[in-house]
Write a protein that binds this ligand. Structure first.
Ligand code: BG6
Length: 590
C-alpha cells in the first residue's frame, strides 16, 4: 500500500506535500517523490523515508502531487519511485494495474520507452497519448486512460500543460478530497489533511475528480448537490499527534482504556440488549438463523478472531471458525446463504481479506465487516458492518485495534445469543463492562515489563505460550515481537511445546507464559508445561490477569502487557517501532 497526496492553491505546494506524506508514511516508506507545476513540471524522488524530500522543500509551484511507496513492482529505487512521467504529465498511484504487461507491450510497440519496472508507468504514457490524440481536457485524457486498465487504483495527475488543475480518480483504493480556504487537497487518507481543511469528501469507486485553482471541484457525472451532500467533518489534528509519547505505538497501547470505552459506548448497557447501529433487523434475522459464523482476516486481525472463536461458540451457540483470509480464498470453502462471513480488517484495505469477502459473496454467504475505517473499501464491499471506533491507528504494528476487534466480536456473540433467545450470560456482560478498568490495571505493569524487556533485549529468541483462547494471544505477541523488535519469536499452545518447539528452549531463553485463570483446569495443565520449560533452563516469565475473570477475556486483558513487551524490546534494540522495515500498515496487494 502506498500513500498519495495532492495540493492546489496559493501556498508553495512542496512543503505541504512533504508534511502530508509524512502523515501517510504508515502506508509505505521505501521511497518517495513529488512533482510541482510552477508552471514548469519539476519532479524529485528519493529512496528511503519521506524525510529525504526535505532537501527539495523549496521546489517552486503552488500545485503538486506526492507519493510514499511500498514496493510491489520493481525494487525500491529512484527510477521506480513515483511520480512517473510522460512528456508534461506526472502521475502518482496507489494500487496495482493487473494488465500492465500487455499495455507495456502495446505502448512499446508505438515507440514508448519505459524508464521504470513499475506497473504504474503505463498511466502517464496512456494519458499523454490521449492528450496527443485530441482529448479536450486533462480529465478526458485520464478517463480514456483508465478505460484501458484493470486493477485497483487511486491516482493523482498533474500536467504543466494544465497549470490550474489536478485530476484524481479511484477504484478499490481509498481517496479523499479536502476543502480548504481557497485551496484543495487530495489524499489516500483524511488523516493527512487533519487540521488543514474544513470538510472532506470520500471519492467513490469509478469516480473522476477535477480540482481547480479557484477552489472549485467537479466529480465527473455527479451533480454538485450530491457531492455537497457527501461533505463530512475532517479528522481532528490531535488524533494524529503523538501527544508527547516517543512513538505512536506507545500512545496507541496506552490509549486502550479510553478506546475500550468508545468501543462499548452505546452498545453494552446494563439491562439493555446489545446494540449495533450498523446492523438492520433483516441482517440480525439472518444472524439469528445462521448455521455458522466464519471470521476472516490477516495478521493481528486474524489473531483477534482466533482469540474470540471459543467465546463466540460458547455464548452464541453458533458454530464459529477463524480463518486466514489468504488461504480461505484459495481453499474453496463450502459456503451457503446460511453462513455468515465476517471480514475483520483495521484498515479495511487489506487485499487478502477483500478477496476472501468477494468469494464469500459469490457463494451467497451473508457478508459483514468489522473495520476501523469509515469509507474503507471493506465497508463499501459488505452488506453491513460494525465500526471499531478505536480512532486512527498510525503505528504499523496493530495494538489497540486488537483489543477493540476482540471486544466487538464478543459483543456480536452476545447479540447473536440474544437474537436466538438465549439469555446472555451475565458473567460475560459484566466482564466486558469492566474491560477499561482491567486494561488500565494491565498497563500499570509497564515498569516491570520494561525492565524484563531490557533484561532480555539480546536474547536469541523468545517463546510465548498460552492455553485455550490464550494461544491466540501467544501468536499475536510473537508477531508483535517479530514485527517491532526483529527478534525470532514463536507463539504456540503450551501443550504443543513438547511436540517440537521445546527443542528451542535452553538456558536463558525467555518463555512468556500467558496464564489462564483457575476455573477451567487449564491453569494446572499450564503449570506442568512450565515445569518442562524450567527443566531445560528456560526463563519462565508469567503474565497474568487478576483472578475471577472469565477465561475467554484473558487475551484481551493481557494484550497490553505483550504489546508493551514488544514495544520496549524494540526500543531497547534500536528499532524504528512505528515504521518497522519491510512492512506497511495494511497491504493492498495479494
Ligand atoms: C499488516 C499490518 O500489513 O496487515 C498488521 O502490518 C495488520 O499490523 C495486518 O494486522 C492486517 O491489517 P488489517 O488492516 O486488515 O487489519
Amino acid at each position: 500500500m502506498c500513500g498519495i497526496i495532492g495540493y492546489i492553491g496559493e501556498k508553495p505546494a512542496a512543503p505541504i506535500l512533504i508534511e502530508g506524506l509524512k502523515r501517510l508514511e504508515y502506508r509505505g516508506y521505501d521511497s518517495a517523490g513529488l512533482a510541482t507545476v510552477s508552471p514548469v513540471l519539476a519532479v524529485v524522488k528519493v529512496v528511503g523515508k519521506v524525510a529525504g524530500l526535505e532537501a527539495y522543500k523549496n521546489t517552486a509551484g503552488t500545485l503538486g502531487i506526492g507519493h510514499t511507496r511500498w514496493a510491489t513492482h520493481g525494487e525500491p529505487s529512484e527510477r521506480n519511485a513515483h511520480p512517473h512521467c510522460s512528456r508534461m504529465v506526472a502521475v502518482v498511484h496507489n494500487g496495482i494495474i493487473e494488465n500492465h504487461e500487455q499495455l507495456k507491450r502495446e505502448l512499446s510497440a508505438e515507440g514508448v520507452v519505459f524508464r521504470s519496472e513499475t506497473d504504474t508507468e503505463v498511466l502517464p504514457h496512456l494519458i499523454s497519448r490521449a492528450l496527443h490524440s485530441g482529448a479536450d481536457s486533462l480529465e478526458t485524457a485520464v478517463v480514456s486512460a483508465l478505460a484501458k486498465i484493470d486493477g485497483a487504483y487511486a491516482i493523482a495527475v498533474a500536467s504543466s500543460d494544465y497549470p490550474n488543475e489536478l485530476v484524481a480518480a479511484c477504484n478499490s483504493s481509498p481517496l479523499v478530497i479536502g476543502i480548504g480556504e481557497r485551496e484543495l487537497y487530495l489524499a489516500s487518507d483524511e488523516l493527512a489533511l487533519a487540521g488543514k481543511v474544513s470538510a472532506v469528501v470520500h471519492v467513490h469507486d469509478g469516480e473522476v475528480v477535477t480540482l481547480k485553482r479557484n477552489g472549485s471541484y467537479t466529480f465527473r457525472g455527479v451533480a454538485l448537490a450530491d457531492v455537497s451532500a457527501r461533505l463530512e467533518e475532517p479528522a481532528l489534528h490531535e488524533e494524529i499527534s503523538k501527544d508527547g509519547h516517543a512513538h505512536f505505538m506507545h500512545k496507541e497501547i496506552l490509549e486502550q482504556p479510553q478506546t475500550m470505552r468508545n468501543v462499548l459506548a452505546g452498545r453494552l448497557r446494563e439491562g439493555m440488549p446489545v446494540t449495533f447501529g450498523g446492523l438492520s433487523s433483516e441482517i440480525e434475522g439472518r444472524l439469528r438463523d445462521a448455521r455458522r459464523v466464519m471470521l476472516v482476516g490477516c495478521g493481528t486481525s486474524l489473531f483477534a478472531a482466533m482469540a474470540v472463536r471459543d467465546l463466540f461458540e460458547r455464548v452464541s451457540g453458533v458454530m464459529c471458525e477463524a480463518e486466514q483470509a489468504a488461504e480461505f480464498s484459495y481453499r474453496s470453502p463450502i459456503l451457503s446463504s446460511q453462513d455468515v462471513v465476517v471480514g475483520i480488517s483495521q484498515s479495511g484495505e487489506t487485499a487478502d481479506t477483500l478477496k476472501a469477502m468477494l468469494l464469500a459473496k459469490e457463494r451467497h454467504a451473508l457478508c459483514l465487516g468489522v473495520t476501523n475505517r469509515v469509507g474503507s473499501t471493506l465497508s463499501k464491499r459488505v452488506r453491513q458492518g460494525i465500526y471499531l471506533h478505536a480512532g486512527p491507528e498510525i503505528a504499523v504494528a496493530s495494538t489497540k485495534a486488537f483489543t477493540a476487534q476482540a471486544t466487538v466480536l464478543s459483543l456480536l456473540a452476545l447479540r447473536v445469543a440474544e437474537l436466538r433467545g438465549a439469555a446472555a450470560p451475565v458473567w460475560i456482560q459484566k466482564g466486558l463492562g469492566i474491560l477499561p478498568k482491567l486494561l488500565q490495571e494491565s498497563l500499570a505493569e509497564e515498569e516491570r515489563i520494561k525492565a524484563l524487556a531490557y533484561r532480555h533485549a539480546n536474547a536469541k529468541r523468545m517463546i510465548l505460550i498460552g492455553r485455550g483462547s490464550g494461544v491466540a494471544l501467544a501468536l499475536e505477541g510473537a508477531l508483535k515481537v517479530r514485527e517491532v523488535a526483529y527478534m525470532d519469536a514463536h507463539g504456540l499452545s503450551a501443550a504443543e511445546l513438547k511436540h517440537g518447539t521445546l527443542a528451542l528452549v535452553e538456558k536463558g531463553v525467555p518463555v512468556i507464559a500467558l496464564m489462564p485463570q483457575g476455573r477451567t483446569g487449564l491453569r494446572d495443565k499450564m503449570l506442568s508445561n512450565l515445569e518442562e520449560v524450567k527443566a531445560r533452563g528456560g526463563d519462565v516469565l508469567p503474565f497474568e490477569a487478576k483472578p475471577g475473570l472469565p477465561e475467554e477475556l484473558v487475551p484481551i486483558v493481557l494484550a497490553p502487557m505483550v504489546q508493551l513487551l514488544a514495544y520496549h524490546l524494540g526500543v531497547a534494540r534500536g528499532v524504528d517501532v512505528d515504521r518497522p522495515r519491510n512492512l506497511a500498515k495494511s497491504v493492498t496487494v495479494e
